[in-house]
Design a protein around this ligand. Structure first.
Ligand SMILES: Nc1ncnc2c1ncn2[C@@H]1O[C@H](COP(=O)(O)OP(=O)(O)OP(=O)(O)O)[C@@H](O)[C@H]1O
Length: 658
């Protein structure tokens, strides 16, 4: 078909669907108004009536009608601006079906008894879109019947404010421009979509979800799912869509207020809240582990103040996997004390018991000493590292059938993102906060573990335990965020082989300057150009430390659109100056990595992981500014890498490449 005829047909289709949306909304409004009017009339009649029997009859009638309030079953259609995202043209062998164009979106739309748009979470139908490729013959159980046919076309739509902007099929991409529709050939779907809607954030990827991802999203109707894979392969995306799938298909088992999403830090919580409202509904809590654990402790009647400074350098001891085993043994051999703080203190004092599971005797003595301050203190201040231990201690003291709001046996489902940076006790505490069905989605990537005080054995032990309980797992292998060029550099840093990458882009650029002043002056000039050229994009300048971010920000004063990350995160276009530990899980169109020296990113497991995380935040452009010798992680290249390095940077700019 000629592209012009095709685009005309698709624009016509959108216009018809929008009309159906308007009719649905108008009809719904009319039904609600009619119902309200009827109830009001009956109430007036009842008020005016002087006959008690008539009053009773009217009351009964009002009660009866109220049961059929259309507000209860006529859910408003909230996707009016972008009513569908994907389509599939099938040719079914059943002549009663024949050729059919099915549309999929984030919410079903009906016109009377006719289905206009199917919710993507109705997997028994939407699998036609996700499980089969264009040109393939399908043979599947659809809606309880064995069906055969052909997938003639698969279409991904980019619609914004009721305007069709992109159409992607197996043949390529059509994009609407001021000059009309233009063919763009085969391009990465999410990049085209982000560019066309002018939004760098998590776009609606409902139409882009791969067969592999859909399989994981719909794999199980509950239970534990463990997702792993490299940066940007869609772990968080799959986990969030799985949760949405569970909420939609089993609302009685998965209630939004009884589900929890646990993110690495507050920036990620902000990011998920801002980008996933449709997916998760507003009522669903998104929290960090510490903020959640403080609430859970309150539910056990423990009101403690948390501070980072109470830790006294014992963080890494408290986060060891052995600490969990010691706690389990302690609970087995002791009785609960009335005061939870006294119980925790007694645990920290069991140096003999702790020494069976933890090796550092001196640290154990120090722990006992720190514990002595717990129960007698006026204000019960705990370090953040104690929260998981105290909470899990209280959980282990519970009876199986107990339920404590937000703390024990409470949640229908918990999604744990970046689980590799939680300790075994913290992971176990989250597990016991779920109901006995133990429904969890856990996302983890050991190569993105950036907290050196968290014992890496924890996540493996946790995974093992879940396996014994029937864990299902999946590894995602396609990288969707960063370009092949960025992933190649990330692979050299991490030592992880390059997997399939869907995006291509410019090579990372290295800018070496002799002094910091020179580097800052050049950065300032570049930012002005960038902000003018790409007013809709968001670029992050990622420094290693907070203080460094503040200095760079001070030097960029006077450029409007440049901001420093403080408090909650904003994804408005512009330039965001931030530090490495803040950007985990986030993504930006461009990243400028500020002065990545050996001190900032040493050649250690954690140094590599942190640099890998930082590099892979860039979806398209990566620039590296430095005025000091680069970390060896960016310079140590194998012979094959040198070509890419030269092409990108000339050389590393290191007088001392070590
Ligand atoms: N099938 C897909 N097609 C296109 N884009 C996708 C697909 N799956 C995920 N994405 C996009 O890829 C990006 C990375 O996804 P996501 O953040 O879920 O990955 P991740 O594995 O959790 O990454 P990280 O480990 O780095 O935090 C997001 O912008 C997401 O919208």
């Amino acid at each position: 078909m000629m592209p012009q005829t095709f685009t005309l047909q698709e624009e016509q289709r959108l216009s018809e669907v929008c009309n159906a949306v308007d009719s649905f909304q108008a009809d719904r409004k009319k039904q609600l108004t009619d119902h309200d009017r009827k109830i009001r009339d009956l109430e007036v009649e009842r008020l005016e009536s002087v006959d008690p029997r008539e009053k009773d009859r009217l009351t009964a009638e009002i009660r009866r009608l109220s049961q059929y309030d259309p507000a209860k079953y006529l859910v408003p259609f909230e996707q009016g601006q972008s009513p569908y995202l994907a389509g599939v043209v099938i040719h079914d062998e059943d002549p009663r079906i024949g050729q059919k164009h099915l549309l999929f979106g984030k919410q079903s739309l009906m016109a009377g008894s006719q289905v206009i748009v199917v919710d993507w979470r109705k997997a028994e139908i939407s699998k036609l879109y996700y499980d089969w490729e264009e040109g393939e013959e399908y043979e599947d159980d659809i809606g309880g019947r064995e069906r055969f046919g052909m997938i003639e076309k698969k279409i991904s739509y980019g619609i914004r404010r009721r305007e069709l902007l992109t159409i992607q099929t197996g043949a390529g991409t059509l994009k609407k421009t001021d000059e009309g529709w233009v063919e763009q050939g085969r391009q990465n779907a999410s990049a085209v979509r982000k560019e066309s809607v002018g939004d760098h954030r998590m776009v609606d990827i409902v139409s882009l979800i791969s067969r592999e991802q859909f399989g994981l999203i719909t794999k199980q109707h509950g239970g534990c799912l463990y997702l792993t894979g490299g940066a940007g392969c869609g772990k968080t995306t799959v986990a969030l869509h799985r949760l949405s799938f569970l909420l939609f298909n089993q609302p009685e088992l998965f209630r939004p207020q009884r589900c929890l999403v646990v993110m690495f830090n507050r920036s990620l919580c902000d990011y998920i809240r801002q980008t996933s409202t449709d997916l998760l509904t507003n009522r669903l809590p998104v929290d960090t582990f510490h903020s959640w654990s403080a609430k859970a402790l309150r539910s056990f009647g423990v009101a403690a103040k948390f501070s980072a400074c109470q830790g006294q350098g014992l963080g890494s001891l408290k986060k060891q996997a052995g600490m969990y085993h010691a706690l389990v043994e302690y609970v087995r051999v002791t009785k609960a004390q009335d005061d939870p703080f006294a119980d925790l203190e007694a645990f920290y004092n069991r140096t003999d018991l702790l020494a069976r599971h933890l090796s550092d005797r001196r640290q154990i003595e120090r722990l006992a000493h720190s514990g002595a301050k717990l129960s007698g203190a006026q204000t019960q201040e705990l370090s953040f590292d104690d929260s998981g231990i105290l909470l899990h201690l209280l959980q282990l003291r519970c009876q199986v059938e107990d339920v404590y709001q937000e703390a024990y046996g409470w949640y229908d489902h918990i999604l744990i993102d970046e689980a590799q940076d939680l300790s075994l006790i913290e992971l176990k505490a989250l597990t016991l906060a779920t109901t006995k069905h133990r429904s969890l989605t856990v996302c983890a990537d050991e190569k993105q573990k950036i907290l050196d005080f968290v014992d890496s054995k924890g996540i493996s032990a946790f995974q093992m335990d879940l396996k014994n309980q029937g864990l299902s797992s999946g590894e995602l292998c396609v990288s969707y965020r960063s370009t092949a060029q960025i992933m190649a550099l990330a692979s050299r840093v991490s030592g992880r082989p390059v997997t399939e990458v869907v995006n291509e882009g410019p090579d990372p650029r290295f800018h070496k300057w002799d002094t910091q002043e020179e580097s800052l002056a050049h950065l300032k000039r570049s930012l002005r150009v960038l902000l003018e050229r790409e007013p809709k994009s968001l670029t992050a300048i990622i420094c290693r430390y907070k203080g460094e971010a503040q200095s760079v920000y001070a030097a960029m004063k006077g450029i409007s659109g440049v901001r420093l990350q403080t408090g909650s995160l904003s994804f408005e276009p512009g330039v965001l100056i931030t530090n490495a530990h803040q950007v985990k899980g986030l993504e930006f169109g461009g990243v400028i990595l500020w002065n990545p020296t050996r001190k900032a990113y040493p050649d250690t497991e954690i140094g590599k992981n942190l640099l890998y995380v930082v590099i892979t935040r860039a979806s398209n452009r990566l620039a590296i500014y430095h005025h000091e010798p680069l970390t060896g992680l960016l310079c140590n290249r194998s012979v094959e890498d040198v070509g890419i390095c030269r092409k990108a940077v000339g050389d590393c700019g290191n007088k001392d490449p070590d």
